[in-house]
Design a protein around this ligand. Structure first.
Ligand code: HAM
Length: 476
């Protein structure tokens, strides 16, 4: 053991829970694998971790391509930063006193004794890269996007994992409210293109001086109601008063409703900035909801903050759980300077991919909409050894020419192969038997009519393409 996780408290709780489990209560994977019966140890996932299985692929692919298309259209360059960074970088940017830094960071010492952390988010890394690579010398603003895994030692529940994926967009080097609006438009378009209706919750939390005055007023107000508050809020009152506005406990809600609103503490400049962002959004027809209680959980924000929520059909909202924000972001005009760079205003957001995919699936289910499956052009069925050898070659030739071929070499009967072709909803199947191999021919079967024709193997590519061009989506 070369390093030790510096999370003694959480670790202990985890261990205790695990030891307490009755012997019969094996992790699911273990119980289902049948390994115990074979006298072997099998492995389950670590708590809060999850696999993304092939059946999920179509949603993940669509999400990635949607983000990539938006990035291209709005001219963002892809950045890939390391999963491991200096731990102090995140502490400095996200801030002591936040849940992410105080409770959720995976921090450990590497072999040289450096304190490193698995990134809990990527904004800090983007800022580090902007400074380190002298990007302020480039034409401003600098626009970057990313897609990758983040790690938070959070209490797992619906929509909350310890390793999860985010897609994020950041604009550095421009204070204009048009940049805030552009980013909100991108977040909105991401879901629109995927087919999930969302609404944007938006607020302005001003600059630190304004926020400080507001905090004083907020604390004064909440102190007068202290005896009615839940235990968490009593603590927040001393430690992190802005988080009082996050409380979802029934007993605190009426108090929150009457609480002073930050907008009243904003000076002219912050107010104008906010008004302009809203005007742009109106112009762009991006739906938003003003949320005076929205403050976000990371310390680096100034002025605009926003979060994205799915709009579910009535009665279907609950399944997403309390953690239903699909994404969030805002301005962080002071962060570049705080992290050692020349002052550069910035704004950005990130979206949780797991939560987005789950909300999308839930929405499609509720509306009984089928998400398009991966498009395959043709299924190649083969019968016998010789045909299989020839099939492999044909598959490769067709792939090179841009035809998407599905096949299943572990099925030998024609019937079961054609069943698979049917399930894949391909318009055509190709059939190769021993006779066809010897004659240098192949059968093209129209899956809808069942009509088959025997064609020269050399002409199959040309003929197939011609047939497929009838289908708009497959037009080559
Ligand atoms: P965040 O609100 O901490 O912001 O995270 C953004 C999104 O990541 C959340 O809305 C959620 O969808 C997803 N997420 C966060 N924690 C988890 C978790 N434990 N399990 C699953 N999904 C999760 C940020 O990270 C900022 N960097 C956003 C930003 C970019 N601000 C400016 N630029």
């Amino acid at each position: 053991m070369y390093y030790e996780l510096i999370m003694p408290k959480q670790k202990k709780i985890e261990k205790k829970k695990f030891v307490k489990k009755p012997k019969s209560e094996k992790p699911k994977a273990h119980a289902e694998s049948g390994a115990a019966e074979r006298g072997k140890k099998s492995y389950a996932l670590l708590r809060g971790m999850h696999d993304i299985l092939p059946k999920e692929e179509k949603y993940w692919k669509a999400a990635y391509h949607t983000a990539e298309n938006l990035a291209e259209h709005f001219q963002f360059g892809r950045i890939e930063s390391p999963l491991l960074e200096e731990a102090s970088m995140f502490v400095r940017s996200i801030g002591k006193g936040t849940d992410v830094v105080d409770k959720e960071m995976y921090i450990f010492e590497d072999r040289d004794g450096n304190k490193v952390a698995l990134r809990p988010e990527e904004t800090a890394s983007v800022v580090r890269a902007y400074i380190m690579h002298g990007m302020w010398n480039m034409v401003q603003p600098v626009k970057m996007w990313y897609w990758g895994s983040m790690f938070r030692y959070d209490r797992p529940q619906a929509g909350r994992f310890r390793q999860f994926n985010q897609v994020g967009f950041e604009i550095l080097g421009d204070a204009d409210p048009v940049q805030d609006a552009e980013l909100i438009l991108i977040a909105h378009n991401f879901y629109k293109d995927l087919g999930l209706p969302v609404e944007i919750h938006i607020n302005s939390i001003g600059v630190p001086e304004e926020r400080q005055k507001y905090k004083t007023a907020l604390v004064e107000y909440y102190r007068s109601k202290r005896s009615y508050l839940c235990d968490d809020c009593k603590q927040r009152l001393n430690k992190n008063p802005l988080r009082l506005l996050d409380c979802k406990q029934e007993r605190c809600l009426p108090i929150k409703e009457e609480a002073p609103q930050i907008i009243a503490w904003l000076e002219e400049e912050s107010k104008n900035h906010f008004m302009k962002v809203l005007e742009y959004l109106d112009e762009l027809s991006v739906p938003y909801v003003l949320k005076s209680t929205l403050v976000r959980g990371l310390d680096y924000y100034t002025r605009t903050v926003f979060e994205v929520y799915p709009v579910m059909p009535e009665g279907d909202e609950s399944a997403l759980g309390a953690q239903s924000a699909l994404g969030g972001g805002g301005r962080y005009d002071l962060l570049v300077e705080e992290m050692g760079g020349k002052s550069a205003p910035a704004v950005g957001f990130s979206l949780g991919v797991e939560r987005s995919v789950s909300a999308l699936k839930q929405y499609l289910d509720a509306q009984q909409i089928k998400f398009p499956t991966q498009q395959v052009d043709v299924f190649l069925a083969q019968l016998g050894d010789q045909a299989r050898r020839r099939a492999l070659k044909t598959i490769n030739e067709l792939r090179t020419s841009g035809v998407k071929v599905a096949y299943n070499f572990s099925k030998n009967s024609l019937k079961s192969q054609l069943e698979t072709a049917n399930n894949l909803q391909v318009p055509y199947a190709l059939i190769l038997g021993q006779k066809e191999v010897q004659d240098g021919t192949i059968i093209i079967r129209d899956m809808e009519s069942g009509v088959q024709e025997i064609v020269d193997q050399k002409k199959v590519e040309h003929l197939l393409k011609k047939k497929l061009s009838r289908f708009d989506v497959n037009a080559k």
